[in-house]
Structures are given as structure tokens and as C-alpha cells.
Design a protein around this ligand. Structure first.
Ligand SMILES: [Zn+2]
Length: 392
């Protein structure tokens, strides 16, 4: 397995990342789409009925006709049914299975059913989010009905509260698929007796990049205090009593919309890695004995991939790549440039000015990379914020 020059992440994991993103997108559309469509229909009724009854959207209205209008609109909003629980659970299960399958492949182990039960926390998370989304719809209906006078613009402002329902459902779809994907990946690591390595996308945030390439033993937690930024925040989740509490960072996602993942890590000590993965030599012998050349070829390829991945120091490559991302300012538009400039500044200070100075993870940072980062700091802005290659 050779990683493309543009990325430290092996091609098989990049492909798996792509599959996971597709599943996440499908979950977001399937869960939030119907909610948004129903609200859109209510809004379009509101618009048409307003112009028919009252004319211009900016005109201020009140009185009996206005009350009848707001009552009918409120009823239509309340009729918007939100029931994405089954869809969310279905995608959570699919993500769980996908994660386990991907993890076994990444570990060079044969496929085995590791179950599709989603976590209790996932069920709770889904129930709570759907409850909150329903409450937003009800709140919007109450706000509309409570109006005594207003223009169509006033009405529209109240309806913005209902829009949050779609956003909540979408965010939940993305979080639970990611959550369960990583749960499956961890189950695969557990099955093969491997550790877990954190893999961040190259344009991940300063907190997630600081974890990329970090390895933990099964059952341990990642160190949430790590960040390239000024301050790290502890991960939180709701407990069974509905209180927001600090939790251990066992695996991604670290925050909403986090696209980090873990992968089973057997170490780049070839012999040790081969000892815990599948006995491919035996599989090849068996297939040869049966005269099954297709199976024998497949087993030989799997053996070669397992050997390469065992010899490749993925954690070191990931840490180097994360530091490069900070120095190059690769980021998503959602992260402020100020945070990235400060992070690059802090990392440059740690690397130091010496000609052969090394980064915290131990590689010799080329002078050209340092110079480019220094130029960006002087200007206070990175000219290339997006990752230049076609990753994803
Ligand atoms: Zn992340």
C-alpha cells in the first residue's frame, strides 16, 4: 500500500473516508430533507396567502383577517411532522457496519460480522435532538400565532426559528453516522488486537490536527488538551439525566461536523503486525491446494498490503502532515484566519530559527515551508487556505 504523494494517508483509508462521507451526506439528506420540504411548503403557502389577502410584504397588518391568517399558518406549521428517528437509527446502524468492515480491511484482517447494534448514547442523542427539533417547530407556530400586528417580514422572522429544526436534524444525522462509524472502526481494532490511531483531514481544525497521528491503547482516551491553538475545549455530551457533562475523548467526532476517523493500528513493526493479522500464508496454501487461483491471488495481494501497511509509519506521517497543514494554513472557511495565523505563529516559535531545527514531531522543516509561513504571518493571511490536491 503506498500513500499518494499528496497525502500521508494510505489510499485505502482515503477511499474509506470517501465512502463514509457519502453515507453521511445520504443520512443528512434522508433525515433533514422531509423536514425542510414540509417547512418550505408552509412558507410558500404563507407567501402566496399574504399577497392575496394583504398585498405588499412590507405592509403592516392587524385585525381579524390578520388573526385568521396567523392562526391558519400556525396550524400548518404545527402539522409539519418530524419523525426522523427511524431514518437516523438506520443510518447509524449502517455506519456502524461500514466502520467495522473498513477497520478490518485497514487492519488486513478477513471480513467478519462484528454486529450492528448502535450505542445507548446514540439512541439517546437521536431522541433528544428530535425532541428539540419538534420544540422549535412548536415555538415558531406559537410565535406566529402570538403576533397581533406585523408585516410579512415579521412573519418570516418568526419562521426562522422553525428552520433550526432542519439544521438540528441534519447536524444529528452527521454526528451519529460519524459516531457509529468510529465505533465500528474501534470494534475492528479491538477484534484484531490493535491500537487506535487518530486521522484528521488536512483542513481539520487546530484541535483535531493536534491529535492526528496520536495512538492510544484500546480502552484509553485521547488527550483533548492537545491543540495547535491557544486553548483546547473538553468534549461534552448529554448524560442519561439530560445534563451536559464533560466526557472522555475515546474517539472522534470531537465536535459537531468533525470528520476525523480512527484506524486500527498494529504498529510498523512488521513481525508484530503480521503476528496479529490473518495468517495469509495459510490462506494462500489452502487456495493453491484447491487450485483456486483467484482466491490465491487475492490472498497474496492482501498479504502484500498487510506487509506494506505494517512497514509504513502512519502515525509519524500523520503528525508531519498535520504540522504542514498548520504551516500552510490549510483550513475550512468555517475556521477563522486569526486562529490559523496564531497557530502557525506558535508552531514556528516551537520549531525555532535554526537551519536544522526540527518540528515537535521530529521532522526537519524545509526552509521554504518556514519562509512561506513567515510571509503569511507578516501579511496576517494565508494566500492558499484550501488543500491544493484532489483529496476527497
Ligand atoms: Zn475532527
Amino acid at each position: 500500500m503506498t500513500a499518494p504523494a499528496s497525502s500521508a494517508v494510505p489510499a485505502v483509508i482515503l477511499a474509506h473516508d470517501g465512502e463514509a462521507i457519502s453515507l453521511e451526506e445520504a443520512a443528512a439528506t434522508a433525515a433533514a430533507g422531509p423536514v425542510r420540504d414540509a417547512l418550505k411548503a408552509a412558507l410558500s403557502w404563507a407567501h402566496v396567502a399574504w399577497s392575496k389577502r394583504f398585498g405588499k410584504p412590507a405592509g403592516l397588518r392587524s385585525g381579524e383577517q390578520f388573526d385568521a391568517y396567523t392562526a391558519e399558518l400556525a396550524a400548518r406549521i404545527r402539522a409539519v411532522g418530524i419523525d426522523p428517528v427511524a431514518v437516523l437509527l438506520d443510518f447509524a446502524q449502517r455506519a456502524r457496519v461500514l466502520g467495522a468492515d473498513q477497520g478490518l480491511i485497514e487492519a488486513g484482517a478477513p471480513r467478519i460480522d462484528l454486529g450492528s447494534d448502535v450505542r445507548e448514547e446514540t439512541r439517546r442523542h437521536i431522541d433528544e435532538a428530535v425532541g428539540t427539533a419538534r420544540a422549535k417547530i412548536a415555538e415558531a407556530a406559537d410565535l406566529v400565532e402570538g403576533l397581533e400586528r406585523g408585516s410579512f417580514k415579521t412573519i418570516n422572522r418568526q419562521l426562522a426559528v422553525a428552520d433550526q429544526a432542519g439544521n438540528i436534524v441534519e447536524r444529528t444525522a452527521r454526528t451519529v453516522t460519524n459516531d457509529e462509524l468510529n465505533e465500528g472502526l474501534a470494534a475492528a481494532a479491538d477484534h484484531v488486537g490493535g491500537r487506535l490511531v487518530w486521522i484528521a483531514e488536512r483542513d481539520a481544525c487546530v484541535m483535531c490536527l493536534a491529535l492526528s497521528g496520536h495512538v492510544i491503547e484500546p480502552g484509553d482516551a485521547f488527550d483533548w488538551r492537545l491543540t495547535f491553538g491557544a486553548k483546547a475545549y473538553p468534549p461534552k455530551d448529554y448524560n442519561a439525566a439530560g445534563e451536559l457533562v464533560e466526557i472522555e475523548l475515546e474517539r472522534p467526532p470531537r465536535h459537531p461536523y468533525c470528520r476525523c476517523r480512527v484506524s486500527p493500528w498494529l504498529g510498523h513493526d512488521e513481525a508484530a503486525a503480521r503476528a496479529v493479522t490473518h495468517d495469509w500464508a495459510e490462506a494462500i496454501k489452502e487456495a493453491d491446494a484447491k487450485g483456486d487461483t483467484v482466491a490465491a491471488d487475492a490472498a497474496r495481494r492482501a498479504a502484500a498490503a498487510a506487509r506494506d501497511s505494517a512497514a509504513f509509519d502512519l502515525p509519524a506521517a500523520l503528525r508531519r502532515e498535520a504540522e504542514r497543514s498548520i504551516l500552510n494554513g490549510y483550513a475550512l472557511p468555517s475556521e477563522s484566519e486569526r486562529i490559523r495565523v496564531q497557530a502557525a505563529d506558535r508552531l514556528l516559535a516551537r520549531i525555532g530559527a535554526g537551519k536544522n531545527s526540527r518540528s515537535p514531531s521530529g521532522w526537519q522543516v524545509p526552509a521554504s515551508v518556514k519562509k512561506r509561513a513567515e510571509r503569511a504571518l507578516k501579511k496576517g493571511t494565508f494566500s492558499t487556505r484550501s488543500v491544493p490536491t484532489g483529496r476527497k
